[in-house]
Design a protein around this ligand. Structure first.
Ligand SMILES: *Cc1c(COP(=O)(O)O)cnc(C)c1O
Length: 370
């Protein structure tokens, strides 16, 4: 066989639903020479990463660790550890990722009581309250930033509904983390998973998760073994915590170095400043897109600053224009999913990709292509 040529990848501007562009310091950290995953220097890095995750998630939860797999594995980690066969769980579904949670719940042998809202709208708290009243849910789960539709879900009221029912409150913060306000402790979140390749602008492949004391009590009182060996927190946490670290799996050392660099950048910028930057660049993009005839799927008060779901102007051909953006301008934007395929774009301004430079490059290209 012919050996493939030297890797020659185009320099894209990543303006889709993730991954986002990485800061040079994150790229540099990734190319740090490897050390062993039980090397004392790596153990120190692990501790630093956990501490920075607590700060950025606004939590004092001791069980706050980066799972060595992408956001979907963080979703499974939360659900499979908290649920046992026969348990009931209320799952809020208003897009792809809520649907994925319901699918995972069923695979745990638990029963998903699905509450739906139309795609493009947030969940109605009344519907969640009614669903909770029909069962004895062990948890209530919701997506904070639904990347498939661009909807921001207010969390506090649903958290209260869960607490009133003595259920755990589980949140998908894959896209919201480090891009908009997120307060794990203050909002009473019991289990949360995120991802690294969205507003954190680190490489994909790691999922930060955090569990409250209430959730840890539920883990400790399980009667059955967690069905997944790899994601079983009772073993996994010994790898990330405690004085004596023992082999569980081999952490993706280079990705953890990159995650550390990305978290440092977030803390240097400041969380509130970072949220403001996402908001401001989002407004800049919105004004330009509306001038070009794009219209928003979501009502203004529930729009995500980091993911713009927009309907295409009449006559604009989805696939061919996205292809030209990629081939001629090196700009990636996201296509619509499910019922929105061919009808909307999902334009991401996440982390490093949330800059006036990105916005202006996309708007400039669209002025030529539209
Ligand atoms: C991207 C995303 C996921 C899945 O993350 P992967 O890293 O792709 O597995 C889950 N939930 C939401 C809201 C997402 O945006």
């Amino acid at each position: 066989m012919n050996i493939p040529s030297e890797l020659n990848i185009s320099r894209r501007m990543l303006m889709g639903p993730g991954p986002s562009d990485m800061h040079p310091r994150v790229l540099k950290a990734m190319s740090t020479p490897l050390i062993g995953h039980l090397d004392p220097e790596f153990v120190r890095v692990m501790d630093e990463v956990k501490e920075m995750l607590q700060q950025t998630l606004k939590t004092s939860n001791a069980l706050t660790i980066p799972v060595s797999a992408p956001g979907s594995a963080g979703m499974e980690t939360c659900l499979i550890n908290l649920l046992e066969p026969g348990d009931e769980a209320v799952i809020c579904v208003n897009g792809v990722f809520g649907g994925r949670m319901a699918e995972v719940v069923e695979r745990c042998g638990a029963k998903a009581i699905v509450v739906e809202a139309p795609w493009g709208e947030p969940m109605a708290c009344e519907d969640v309250r009614n669903a909770v009243a029909t069962c004895a849910p062990k948890l209530v789960a919701v997506v904070h930033a639904e990347t498939s539709t661009g909807v921001l879900q207010p969390l506090e009221e649903i958290g209260q509904i869960a607490r009133d029912a003595n259920a755990l409150f589980v949140v998908d913060a894959v896209t919201s983390f480090c891009g908009c306000d997120l307060r794990v402790d203050e909002w009473g979140i019991d289990a949360l998973y995120s991802g690294t390749q969205k507003c954190l602008s680190a490489p994909p492949g790691i999922s930060p998760v955090t569990f409250s004391d209430r959730a840890v009590d539920v883990l400790a009182s399980r009667k059955t073994k967690v069905q997944s060996w790899f994601l079983d927190l009772s073993m996994l946490r010994n790898y990330w915590e405690g004085a004596k670290r023992t082999y569980h799996h081999t952490a993706p050392v280079s990705n953890v170095f990159a995650l550390r660099a990305a978290l440092r950048l977030v803390l240097e910028e400041g969380l509130e400043e970072r949220f403001a930057r996402h908001r401001e660049n989002g407004e800049l993009l919105r004004d330009g897109l509306e001038d070009l005839g794009f219209t928003y799927l979501v009502a203004p008060e529930f729009r995500l600053p980091m993911l713009h779901a927009v309907k295409l102007p009449d006559g604009l051909d989805d696939a061919s224009v996205r292809m030209r953006l990629l081939n001629e301008y090196n700009i990636e934007v996201g296509a619509g999913l499910g019922p929105f395929a061919g009808k909307i774009w999902r334009i991401g301004l996440m982390g490093e990709s949330s800059s006036p430079n990105h916005v202006n490059a996309l708007l400039g290209a669209l002025k030529v292509l539209c």
